[in-house]
Design a protein around this ligand. Structure first.
Ligand code: NAD
Length: 308
């Protein structure tokens, strides 16, 4: 039962506070730790603000316990969800500490976006209890959590993690092999890579890429995945298309030159006012609002919190 679980969230930033919101909203006893005191102190207000935007009850934000130290947060935990920065050495050291600080039966889950769970657990003796749980942003609106089985993760830990996440109202999917990027980000970044290459090659501009996606297969994707779509149009047609097009796709070896150049120039996207296009603060805010409204309307497992 989720309500009986003591859950520690390690890293209370963008993902950590949202994961805390979901689990506390479903009744788990949640503690958050972040080494940055300002970030830690902001967690309840960030959760309450999310809930207010969605029209939910923000009382749940006050039920999340804040812990100044890692040891205090995880000392009596049944589950740890790590949502610290995406740096391999940091995560390896953190998991070695978690192994010492958490009870022996506690499951240690990492929210890494792309890094192999096996590598993150490299310094952990009890690696059978280390599992990947790749939540998507925002965690309280996007249903999927990829549950990634590392080379040493026990099948029982995978199964219990799937059950816990289902009880939390999420849509867990089992990644049976620990490949970089898992399933979702491998698919997503295959698309992005090709988009950047098309812009670099002058085939079309950045706005045209987005229009092509949003006005065609993008609107189908929420109800028709690529495997269903291939079966729908027929594998004979799909094979003919692949025979002709695949040899012309760029090899997957390097980030696109245009991406590297923009990043090096400090054109990082909405946060700096320019990326593949210029963004005013109002335009950026409008995109975020549009996305939130869409997700809030589309999510079958919308978790407003306070719904106990
Ligand atoms: N942002 C996304 O869209 C997204 C989506 C899915 C997964 N992720 C993954 O989730 C993780 C967290 O990403 P985020 O976007 O929430 O980052 P973030 O920068 O918003 O939050 C990370 C937090 O970790 C804290 N931190 C730093 N060192 C720490 C330590 N040693 N122990 C504990 N906490 C520490 C920081 O103070 C910060 O508040 C990363 O692994 C990221 O790849 C991010």
């Amino acid at each position: 039962m989720l309500a009986e679980q003591r859950i520690a969230i390690v890293g209370g930033g963008l993902m950590g506070h949202g994961i805390a919101q979901v689990l506390a909203g479903r009744g788990a006893r949640v503690t958050v730790h972040d080494p940055d005191p300002a970030v830690l102190a902001s967690v309840p207000e960030r959760i309450a603000a999310n809930l207010r935007v969605l029209g939910g009850d923000d009382a749940v934000a006050q039920e999340v316990r804040l812990a100044d130290t890692l040891e205090d947060a995880v000392g009596a935990a049944d589950w740890v969800f790590e949502a610290a920065p995406e740096r391999m050495q940091l995560k390896q050291e953190l998991f070695a500490r978690l192994e010492q600080a958490a009870p022996a039966a506690c499951v240690l889950a990492t929210n890494t976006s792309v890094m192999r769970v096996t590598e993150i657990a490299a310094q952990v003796q009890s690696a059978e209890r280390v599992v990947g749980t790749h939540w998507w942003n925002p965690p309280y609106l996007v249903p999927l959590v990829e549950v990634v089985q590392g080379e040493r993760t026990s099948p029982d830990v995978v199964q219990r993690t799937m059950t816990l996440l289902a009880e939390a109202g999420k849509t867990p999917v089992h990644g049976k092999r620990d490949v970089p990027g898992f399933v979702g980000n491998r698919l997503q970044h295959a698309l992005w890579r090709q988009a950047f290459e098309l812009v670099d090659a002058g085939v079309c501009d950045a706005e045209a890429i987005d229009t092509v996606v949003k006005a065609s297969f993008g609107i189908r994707l929420a109800v028709l995945g690529p495997m269903e779509n291939a079966d729908l149009v027929g594998l004979d047609l799909t094979l003919d298309i692949h025979e002709y097009v695949l040899p012309t796709l760029d090899p997957p070896s390097e980030p696109a030159a245009g991406l590297r150049a923009r990043a090096a120039a400090g054109d990082l996207g909405m946060k700096t006012g320019a990326g593949y296009r210029a963004w005013s603060a109002d335009e950026a805010e409008e995109v975020r609002r549009r996305l939130l409204e869409h997700l809030a309307g589309a999510s079958p497992t919308l978790q407003r919190g306070g719904e106990r």
